[in-house]
Design a binder for this molecule. Structure first.
Ligand SMILES: Cc1ncc(COP(=O)(O)O)c(C=O)c1O
Length: 356
């Protein structure tokens, strides 16, 4: 696929320095990929200097939230190479999210050209410290200027990137959210769309005042089963076996969740994908049968959970981080950073490009 490279890209990259101390998602790489959909066709992709977007104030995305995105990473591998982790899964998930919002899917070749071109040109910005990476954020927005509630006729696909440390690297205290719902039955919970995150913010603001880090969302119908966090999937270790909520239609199918299930089974763990009743789980934490719990996602990798708060009650996990979370985190990072053999065929190398 032919990609236009703006001659100003070389200059933007030359003048950019990665800060020594990285946070998550607050430093943007100086280039971005862009393609436009109009009259049923996608334009040629282009790599251009990072810059604000010019959007009509009546653009559909600003009013009716026609917006979906992905989160993925380029890793520095053993020996200095660069690789993406299961990017085809992010492409498929973005197509699913787009379909749910009545948007055209970004064709696989264009999606991949976007993430690969940004990664190749930003190869020097991929951190070498284990646990750090170049976080990639592909996104798709409806741009038609028209205030009627209908699907946009024009769209733009972008990929931006951010050299980052892991999101929420330490232990987390979760608040069992019994008031709000992040997703609805038949809603958009299993799609990665902007509105889901907006719907989670009020809960997070409330629980932060109580000293907690993240909401633990329950099923929207009865609020008795665990679903996930606002940006991560949930695992509990009960009597040495792993349990994660089965995909319910309102849970986002995490690439990390899916990979950990395969990895854990390969390492000999029993993994259950089934309904997890919140009250039963809290009892198991109290009795000590649930020894550890953790959340997982591309950005956070694996974050141990140290406490679950439910109303006035606090339930402390015996181990945070526990041995299972520590082992899985190390095994996953070893794969992603090329220290262990890619036995599942998950990694895709990217050749760096030195801009002229
Ligand atoms: C709501 C939600 N659940 C789970 C995840 C974890 O997904 P993944 O492992 O693909 O990053 C994410 C992050 O994308 C998320 O936003």
């Amino acid at each position: 696929m032919s990609i236009y490279i703006d001659p100003a890209v070389a200059n933007s990259l030359r003048g950019f320095e990665v800060p020594e101390k990285l946070g998550f998602g607050n430093v943007m790489a100086p280039v971005m990929f862009r393609a436009v959909y109009q009259d049923g066709c996608w334009s040629r992709g282009e790599l251009v200097p990072y810059a604000p977007l010019a959007l009509d104030p009546a653009a559909k995305v600003l009013h009716y939230a026609q917006s979906c995105f992905e989160g993925m990473k380029a890793y520095r591998t053993q020996g200095g190479g660069i690789a993406l982790f299961r990017p085809e899964r992010n492409c498929a998930r973005m197509a699913h999210s787009a379909e749910r919002l009545c948007m055209p899917a970004v064709p696989e070749a264009l999606f991949m050209a976007g993430v690969r071109t940004v990664t190749a040109y930003c190869a020097n910005l991929v951190p070498a410290t284990s646990g750090e990476s170049l976080y990639l954020r592909p996104f798709l927005i409806g741009t038609q200027a028209d205030l009627s509630v209908s699907a946009s006729t024009s769209y733009e696909y972008y990929v931006i990137a951010s050299p980052s440390a892991a999101y929420h690297a330490g232990n987390m205290r979760l608040w069992v959210e019994r008031e709000d719902s992040r997703a609805a039955l038949g809603g958009t919970g299993d799609a990665k769309v902007g509105g889901n995150y907006a719907a989670s913010l009020q809960s997070i603001a409330r629980l932060k005042q109580r000293g907690y880090d993240q909401s633990l969302w329950l099923n929207p119908a009865n609020r008795n089963l665990i679903e996930e966090l606002s940006g991560m999937n949930f695992f509990a270790v009960i009597d040495g076996e792993l349990h994660t909520p089965a995909l319910s239609g309102s849970i986002l199918e995490g690439v990390t969740r899916d990979s950990l299930i395969d990895l854990a089974r390969d390492l000999g763990y029993t993994v259950h994908e089934s309904a997890i009743d919140i009250d039963q789980l809290l009892e198991l934490v109290q009795s000590g049968n649930c020894e550890e719990a953790f959340a997982c996602g591309t950005a956070a990798i694996i974050s141990p959970i140290s406490e679950l708060g439910d109303g006035e009650q606090r339930y402390e996990l015996a181990h945070a981080p526990g041995p299972v979370a520590e082992r899985l985190r190390a095994e996953l990072l070893d794969l992603q950073e090329g220290r262990s053999e890619d036995r599942f065929g998950w990694m895709q190398a990217v050749e760096p490009v030195a801009p002229e």
